[in-house]
Ligand binder design. Structure first.
Ligand code: ATP
Length: 376
């Protein structure tokens, strides 16, 4: 069983809190991302699961088993790191075979220990018997590196090295795969390719995976569910779509995608049950988002705003008059910075070939769907 449960996990380093009451349940086969800025506790959470860090308090279960007292090498977790951590003097095949040999050493009887040690002394730890050779070949074929089995890591690209690291973790058939910023050393294009590769491999194997990243795009595009962390605490655990459309607070809204965040005052509820919010400058927005607060933070995604150039647009609370201050061409989209009185909005529109990019100074109207106005 590869499910993971974390209960009331706390971790302090020299009296400083790194994790505070972290509670998580990760389902078997789930691809789960831990997302947050540097220092928020992602790696510490993962290291506690792996057994490299001892919790100050709290419990960790892998399947039904409480693993608090179980050493790292018996937790059946596969690890993939940012740095690949391959042995430079062993070829690809030997690197993948390494962990199998180590297990053989620990689990084998005296004779096996002796023969594995002999390999070690000969610096031929990668050599395996026929029974395990097939496993290594299968793992390499799985990550499509069978043809490079004889290469040294230094003769591979970053993406290929990371696939070797993945094969080395998977060959052990772990219950849980733990990946700590595995794509951070790769350039953007390769990162995008590797996201798809890792996700496809994970789905094929069906292995429970915990993936640590500070890159929201990475987490959102790969994971079934994402836990957003901040200051050692879990802020929100949700599917990528729910995180994006219903952020629990300003931190999540800001960290996951870009947002227009305004201070608002709730003025009442109209006949349709919509909340009427004053956003300053005697301007109002209607929101279908229920709130019982008076002072709220209004969150609107840049792509939730329609930019109208027609003077004829009907007057409505949710149509604001503004002026374009800056137009930025981003390839598939155009980002407009629009001034509305003292307020500023970022608006994303889809770029259509042949249609003009509106220049600074253009008078526009911003139409905001009440369903897309989040009030927190
Ligand atoms: N071995 C350690 N000794 C002391 N403090 C530590 C140790 N490991 C982590 N910390 C502290 O615990 C906090 C959480 O660190 P952690 O590495 O888990 O964060 P992170 O979210 O993974 O950050 P990053 O994305 O930069 O790796 C940080 O304040 C860090 O300085």
């Amino acid at each position: 069983m590869g499910s993971v449960k974390i209960e009331h996990l706390n971790k302090q380093f020299n009296g400083n809190t790194a994790l505070e009451d972290v509670n998580l349940e990760i389902q078997e086969g789930e691809f789960f991302a831990l997302l947050g800025p540097s220092g928020c506790g992602k790696t510490t959470t993962m290291r506690c699961v792996a057994g490299f860090e001892t919790p100050t308090s709290g419990s960790i279960f892998i399947g039904d088993r409480n693993v608090n007292q179980i050493p790292a090498n018996q937790r059946n977790c596969g690890m993939v790191f940012q740095s690949y951590a391959l042995f430079p003097h062993l070829n690809v095949f030997e690197n993948v075979a390494y962990s199998l040999n180590i297990r053989r050493f620990y689990e084998g009887g005296f004779g096996t220990k002796l023969s594995t040690l002999a390999h070690l002394l000969n610096r031929r730890l990668g050599k395996v018997d026929r029974a395990t050779e097939q496993k290594v070949r299968d793992a390499l074929d799985f990550v499509e590196l069978g043809h490079l089995a004889d290469r040294l890591p230094g003769q591979l690209s970053g993406g290929q090295q990371q696939r070797v690291a993945l094969a080395r973790a998977l060959v052990m058939e772990p219950a849980v795969l733990l990946m700590d910023e595995p794509l951070s050393n790769l350039d953007k294009k390769l990162r995008n390719v590797m996201r798809v590769t890792i996700r496809q491999i994970q789905q094929k194997v069906g292995i429970t995976t915990i993936f640590v990243t500070h890159d929201q795009e990475e987490a959102m595009s790969m994971a079934d569910r994402v836990a957003v962390m901040h200051g050692g605490r879990l802020v929100q655990v949700d599917t990528p779509t729910a995180l994006y459309s219903n952020p629990a607070n300003k931190f999540v809204a800001d960290f996951v995608g870009s947002s227009n965040i305004l201070n608002g005052t709730v003025k009442g509820v109209n006949d349709s049950g919509e909340t009427l919010i004053e956003i300053g400058d005697n301007r109002f927005l209607r929101s279908t988002y229920p709130t019982n607060k008076k002072d709220v933070e209004v969150i609107i995604r840049p792509e939730s705003i329609r930019l109208l150039t027609s003077e004829k647009a009907a007057d409505d609370e949710n149509i604001l008059d503004g002026t374009i201050e800056l137009s930025t061409y981003l390839g598939p989209t155009i980002r407009y910075d629009v001034k509305v009185g003292e307020l500023r909005f970022e608006v994303d529109t889809v770029f259509e070939a042949g249609s003009p990019i509106l220049p600074s100074g253009t008078r526009v109207k911003l139409q905001i769907d009440p369903n897309r106005v989040v009030a927190l």
